[in-house]
Structure formats: structure tokens, C-alpha cells
Design a protein around this ligand. Structure first.
Ligand SMILES: *Cc1c(COP(=O)(O)O)cnc(C)c1O
Length: 417
């Protein structure tokens, strides 16, 4: 048993749904991201169904994994999207996403990006500063449009997660300070080309307890009531994303329990509720397949040098994140404690420390829970072309992004005359 429902062993071989992962490696090469359609669909449906009859919108956070096939699959299920750039907007539109279900987050939206979003007719801008209100008003005015606006408030709650992915503390760059929110709503009301429509927060990522979410909801609800008393019409509450997944021993709440807790904390109100899950939708729907290139034994340590590296999956190097690493074919040989490292010239280029595995040169490994913030954070460091991506669907495999070629990688560069 792997512990990952869509990627499990049959007769000692690891499968993605009904496809042997070693077959995928032979056909598409390594490193290769493999996603499970069934896992994605099940994760989306669990969030969506948990709302019952309540007016809601699940806005998938595109930055977690922005492959067009994944966006298209979610769009077909009715999903909305949380974007943080004009590039992500373009992806959503190309994938068939409904612009009326798009919210635009981020602290540094540029006028061009605002123009594109206004032209597409998105559902709401989640504005993060007073300066941004003024720019959005000007851009909307130039286009003769009214921009729908939420303010992203920073509720100052401790998400108790890694400091790099904690966003809801008052020292973080995100959102407007909670104490200033009413004043900023009042100034937003003065802009001719803005229409106040919602209230937004997002406190961090990979949260494994409900407490901080419920605490943030309580603060948001209090603010909502004060805003209504002041005469503002708020038609939706956007409660952000951040639900964690199991990488190792974590035991995060189920999506259903998370949604139920949010709804209970808000109580019976008629505002539409939005959530912006990213990791919880795609994280455990993907693995990174890699091959052992060399085994290197030194007096101090045993290294397995694999063909995936920090440029393909940055989370271990960036956050010291843990990903389970499983053999694709369990070979039953002698186990050793390995450092699983990539070929990149950085000591931080590791995928796992101290993993007990029986390995031979040429073996395949699956780096688990790699569906979120894997491919989307990948780079070309060391001039390494980016990995291929495939999606399994029952016993079918679809290539959803071809492996980048060196020609593509170098295409934009020019020498001096
Ligand atoms: C990153 C982000 C999300 C998604 O976070 P997950 O932890 O992947 O669910 C949602 N909303 C905003 C504003 C974000 O920045």
C-alpha cells in the first residue's frame, strides 16, 4: 500500500490509476510529472458537494498547477479560478474557463493585467492596497468599465505553517491591515469606476488544523457586519485557500469538514461563499517520476543521483519540504539509507534525505504528492529543459505537455551584433 489512492501498488509495481508507471517512463522518458484524472475530479467534487445547497464558488488557485489540461478538466466540472497574473488569466481563458468565475488576487497587479481582466469581464478583483484601488479605478475609467472589487484584508491570525507560506500575519506583505479595512472600504466607495462587491482573505498554505481558518472567519464575519451597518453591500465572502495535504505524517481535515467548518463559522447569511483551494485539489493527484542515474557510496553517506532535480521540484530546496519517495518496482534487495539528490550544482539540490531504499542504477522512483507547486515552480536552472507532463485516465495516458527541447529553451536569446 502506498497510502495514495490513485497511485498504488499491484503485484509490487506502482500504478497511476490502471497504468504502470514504468510503462510511462519508457514511453515519455524521465523526469515526468504524472497526474491522475480520477484524483482531481474526486478532490474537486468533495469541495463542491460539501457546500450542499449554499450559494458558493470553488475558485481553483491556478498557481498550484497551471497546465491547460488541468484547468480545462476543472472548468468542465464547473470550477472557477483564482489567478495572480495576466498570464494565468490567459491560461484560464484558453482552457475554456468562465471569466465570470475568475477572481484576481496578488499584491502587484499591473495596469495591463487589469485591462485584460476588465476586458474579459472577471467576477472580482481582490485588491490588496489603497494605491492599487486608485490604479484600478483609473484603468477601469479608461475602458469605460466598472471594476468589481473586494478588499483582501489581513486578519492577523497565525496559520501555524511554514513562514514562507504564511500570509495572514500583520507583518506579511499581503492584504490590507484589519484595522484599516473600514477606512479603505470608505475610500473605495469614492471611486467612480469601482463597485464594491466582496470581502476577501487568505491566511496561508498547507494548514493542517481548522482553528486558524475558523478564527479568520470570525474576524471576517465581524467586519462584514460592521460594513453592512455602514451601508456597504457585500455580495460575497472569499475565504481564500490553504487547506493542507498529507505529505508524511500530517493529518489535515477532509475538504468536507473544512467547508462545513467555514460555513458554520459564517452562519446563515445570504452572501455567496468563495474558496480558493490549490494544493488540496492537485497536490496528491500528481507524482514526479525519476530514474536513478548513479549510486555513489562515500565513507560518510550513500547518494542516489536521480535525473530530476531542484529545477523540476523546488519544494525540498525552498521549504525543506518532505515528499515521500517510492520505488516504482519494489525489488526487495538490500536497503540502505540514501540521500536522493539531483544533478544540479547546488548542495540544496536534494529531493529527500535519509531514505531507506533498496536501489540499483537505472531504477525508477516516484516522488509523491508532487501535483501542487511542482511543475508550476519549475525552472531552467543549469539549462535543464522542463519535464514532460502526462495525465492518466483509467488505462489511458495522455501527454499534456511535451518535454521542453533545448531549441525551445534557447529560442528567445540573442547574441550581440
Ligand atoms: C496561493 C494562494 C491560494 C492557494 O493556496 P493553497 O494553499 O494552494 O490552497 C489561494 N488564494 C491566494 C490568494 C493565494 O495566494
Amino acid at each position: 500500500m502506498s497510502g495514495f489512492p490513485s497511485f498504488d501498488y499491484r503485484n509490487g509495481r506502482l500504478y497511476g490509476e490502471s497504468v504502470q508507471l514504468d510503462r510511462i517512463a519508457r514511453e515519455f522518458g524521465t523526469p515526468c510529472y504524472v497526474y491522475s484524472r480520477a484524483a482531481l475530479v474526486a478532490a474537486y467534487r468533495e469541495f463542491d458537494a460539501a457546500f450542499g445547497g449554499r450559494d458558493h464558488l470553488v475558485c481553483y488557485a491556478v498557481k498550484a498547477n497551471s497546465n491547460l489540461a488541468i484547468l480545462n478538466l476543472l472548468a468542465r466540472l464547473g470550477s472557477g479560478f483564482d489567478i495572480v497574473s495576466g498570464g494565468e488569466l490567459q491560461r484560464v481563458l484558453k482552457a475554456g474557463g468562465d471569466p465570470q468565475k475568475v477572481v484576481f488576487s496578488g499584491v502587484g497587479k499591473q495596469p495591463d493585467e487589469m485591462r485584460a481582466a476588465l476586458a474579459a469581464g472577471i467576477f472580482c478583483f481582490n485588491v490588496e492596497s489603497e494605491a492599487e484601488l486608485a490604479v484600478l479605478d483609473r484603468v477601469a475609467g479608461e475602458l469605460n468599465k466598472i471594476a468589481p472589487v473586494s478588499l483582501r484584508v489581513n486578519p492577523d491570525v497565525d496559520a501555524k505553517t511554514h513562514p514562507y507560506i504564511s500570509t495572514g500575519l500583520k507583518e506579511n506583505k499581503f492584504g490590507v491591515p484589519f484595522e484599516e479595512a473600514e477606512k479603505l472600504y470608505a475610500s473605495a466607495r469614492e471611486f467612480a469606476n469601482l463597485r464594491i462587491s466582496g470581502l476577501d482573505c487568505h491566511i496561508g498554505s498547507q494548514l493542517t488544523k481548522l482553528g486558524p481558518f475558523v478564527e479568520a472567519c470570525g474576524k471576517i464575519l465581524g467586519l462584514l457586519i460592521r460594513l453592512e451597518t455602514l451601508g456597504f453591500t457585500i455580495d460575497h465572502l472569499d475565504l481564500g485557500g490553504g487547506l493542507g495535504i498529507r505529505y508524511l505524517g500530517e493529518n489535515p481535515p477532509a475538504a468536507k469538514d473544512y467547508v462545513t467548518a467555514l460555513c458554520a463559522a459564517i452562519g446563515p447569511r445570504n452572501q455567496r461563499i468563495l474558496i480558493e483551494p490549490g494544493r488540496a485539489l492537485v497536490g496528491n493527484a500528481g507524482v514526479l517520476l525519476t530514474r536513478v542515474e548513479y549510486l555513489k557510496h562515500t565513507p560518510h553517506r550513500d547518494f542516489a543521483i536521480v535525473d530530476a532535480a531542484m529545477n523540476d521540484l523546488m519544494r525540498p530546496a525552498l521549504y525543506d519540504a518532505y515528499h515521500e519517495i517510492l520505488p516504482v518496482i519494489a525489488n526487495g534487495g538490500d536497503e540502505k539509507i540514501y540521500q536522493i539528490v539531483g544533478p544540479v550544482c547546488e548542495t540544496g539540490d536534494f529531493l529527500g534525505h535519509d531514505r531507506k531504499l533498496a536501489l540499483s542504477q537505472g531504477d525508477l522512483l516516484a516522488i509523491m504528492s508532487a501535483g501542487a507547486y511542482g511543475m508550476s515552480m519549475s525552472s531552467n536552472y543549469n539549462t535543464r529543459p522542463r519535464a514532460a507532463e502526462v495525465m492518466v485516465d483509467g488505462d489511458h495516458v495522455h501527454l499534456i505537455r511535451q518535454r521542453e527541447s533545448l531549441e525551445q529553451l534557447l529560442a528567445g536569446e540573442k547574441m550581440l551584433p
